[in-house]
Design a protein around this ligand. Sequence first.
Ligand SMILES: [Zn+2]
Length: 454
Amino acid sequence: MRKKRNTTLILTICTIVLVFGFIGWFLMAIFEGEKPKIQLGPIPAFLTKTAEVPLVVTDAERGIRTIKVTLKQGTRHITLLEKRFSFEGLFNAEGVHRFDTVLSIDPREFNQGRADLEVYAWDYSRSSGGDGNLTIAEHKMTVDTIPPALRLVSRLNYVNEGGTGLIVYQTTSDAVKSGLYVGDRFFPGFLATGKSDQGMHVCYFGIPVDLKKNTNLFLWAEDKAKNVSKASMNRSIHIRNKRFRTRKMNISDRFLDGVLPYFPNEIKDPTAKNVANFLEINQRVRKENGEVFYNLRTDTQPEQLWEGVWLRLKNAATMARFGDKRLYYYKGKMIDEQIHMGVDLASLANSKVGAVNNGRVIFADRLGIYGLTMVIDHGQGLASTYSHLSHFSAKPGQTVAKGDVVALTGQTGLAGGDHLHFGIMVNGLFVNPVEWWDSHWIRDNITRKLKAIK
Ligand SMILES: [Zn+2]
């Protein structure tokens, strides 16, 4: 009798535990707290054209109830997607647990400016008063489909082949980078000092001596969102043809015996014939040296450092001009052809070299065929170069004034005698220095345009 009562008691307790256990499990399952997961992106920071944004929502436990995607602009909410999933099977076992889609966001449907993408996902849990678990994903974007505006301001834009040009143009304030393209060569513009609020830019550019016919010239501007504006300048910039000379250069063994020992590091095979070594220097080394000059273009001040006419080496005769086509002959046979990208000026040996204008020394080192070379930045992409020097009197980083002695002439590098090889670069392109020694040219082509915006 006693044994039977005990058995009944144990059975009752077991049943109660089972029932409560089941109810507990049931409630935990129904009110589960696991939130849906949202995977979004990649999403661009700027909406300039229709963006395809992948969206994946998953909910392992109860399954997805609702997904809502909106784009918020200020107080305005635009619904991009709203989807409700039905409850299927016991505990929604057959419901949707993963939803994959691609949101197509067309910026033309929205206002310009800030736009926040918001994704809401609820599951079928009974938690949160029956609404289910909610996950929110947000992404801040900017709608910007309008490229910066561009307007040429300067008139009478004449430029010589091999020469320098200046244009003044205006952009809207959203432009972060702008300038002029001559073919595929870019010349950056610089904000005119004191006029930054009006977006006035000055842009110095050069016309290569070997400019191809029908080369496109166009103004270009880009904003933060990478919207681009272009304006053709083919009718606004007038290029004057220029004739350059052809010069015959006779290369003798005596000359080569004198200059080749300067290049122990550049010549790969010192046992090779003189003429082979010369060609290596005149071609490969010349090209590499040209790249060193070109790479200095970014080391420039955004403001104008120079003023007035540029100086020329005192009491010096012009031995070779800019743009001379040089035909190299060895023992009566033409072996090479190069274009002379500077002016050769000869005075007494070891003459004092003055800075041609105010600026900052950005290079003073040995440079292959150019020997000891100095480069001075004059701001806004303009630089002067001094080669075949025998001595430096200024250091890189040093600020120099027009006329300050910065070096002595010499015949280092590929030079037959003591002279200064002088060059002017516009954003890394060598241009004809003669223009910058001409006060009339500066007045008509540069100062007049700069005055108009002051
Ligand atoms: Zn030269």
